[in-house]
Design a protein around this ligand. Structure first.
Ligand SMILES: [Zn+2]
Length: 312
């Protein structure tokens, strides 16, 4: 493992030293495979390579500002910039880009998005790549799966994800921070326009909710919004979550269950769910909040909400 390689964070029942080594070997194997070019993937242009190098500089600068000592570099072969037909042949047409945590690679269509959206998207995916990654090991079933990326967490015993909308909102807000900070350089070097990148509406809605929460937490703590925002960003990278107690202190016990339910992964119920979560974090009416929580939560999430909201 060279100095640039990241240490894998693993957890699981009855894990022993030997198991860990095996899992790390398996994950490294997947990662190595995902760093090879896909069939039909063109070589990167000098511009694209230069952008990846700038991207690393931008991220390193953010790490420094957030007081994060570790450096996490993204290698050019971790980013697959694909023509539309090649991307869609491999991954379909539903999304134009994604980051694979298990393979630690980024895949993006390079000729379907405007320049502004493409570069913003690459910054976004790069943040996923340098975020906290944690894996769950099921020793009995000999299975390793993604457990956490940023704040997004999967309950290993069920297929359910938590905090995916929250994590996506923070990732995109973080990406916009970086994009806007370096806009002059992006215009000059890469020919983006001054227009703000227009991503799907759903991201704007997620980000509005996070903005509301940051504002309310800052008010309650008598703190600048920027310092609350810094903690949220840091947590994406370091995995620190204790500061989310501020959300519970601001909105009452159980409110993190509601935030966790904001789902970015399943498309069906989304707009309605976003409206309700938005209302939950905007209204001052405690009864209204309770009734929203009961509408959107079910099963063990609702049970946990009920016990947490009682004890606060
Ligand atoms: Zn994302």
């Amino acid at each position: 493992m060279n100095a640039m390689e990241r240490e894998y964070k693993l957890f699981g029942k009855n894990m022993e030293k030997g198991d860990e080594q095996q899992v790390v070997a398996d994950l490294s194997h997947i990662r190595e495979k995902e760093r090879k070019p896909l069939e039909g993937e063109p070589e990167k242009s000098p511009d694209e390579l230069r952008f990846i190098s700038r991207l690393n500089d931008y991220i390193q600068q953010e790490f420094k500002e957030l007081g994060i000592q570790e450096s996490r570099n993204i290698e050019p072969n971790q980013i697959h910039l694909l023509p539309r037909d090649v991307f869609e042949r491999h991954f379909g047409e539903r999304i134009p880009a994604f980051h694979s945590t298990t393979g630690d690679s980024i895949y993006a269509v390079k000729d379907r998005l405007s320049k502004e959206i493409l570069y913003d998207t690459l910054v976004h995916e790069a943040i996923h790549a340098v975020s906290l990654h944690k894996f769950h090991v099921d020793k009995e079933k000999r299975k390793v799966s993604e457990y956490r990326t940023g704040y997004q967490t999967r309950n290993p015993s069920r297929k359910k994800w938590h905090f995916s909308g929250f994590s996506e909102a923070l990732t995109e807000k973080f990406a916009r921070d970086i994009y806007n900070k370096h806009l002059d350089a992006l215009i000059e070097e890469f020919g983006v326009s001054e227009k703000e990148p227009q991503l799907p509406m759903v991201y704007d809605r997620f980000m509005q909710i996070v903005d509301t929460i940051v504002k309310r937490v800052a008010e309650r703590k008598g703190e600048a919004e920027t310092s609350v925002w810094q903690r949220f960003k840091r947590g994406l990278i370091t995995g620190e979550m204790l500061h989310l107690r501020d959300v519970e202190e601001t909105y009452g016990g159980g409110s993190l269950r509601v935030l966790a339910a904001l789902d970015a992964l399943s498309g069906d119920v989304l707009p309605e769910l976003i409206d309700k979560v938005d209302e939950y974090f905007t209204t001052d009416d405690i009864e209204k909040r309770k009734s929203i929580a009961h509408e959107i939560l079910s099963g063990s999430d609702l049970r946990r909400y009920n016990s947490q909201s009682k004890s606060s």
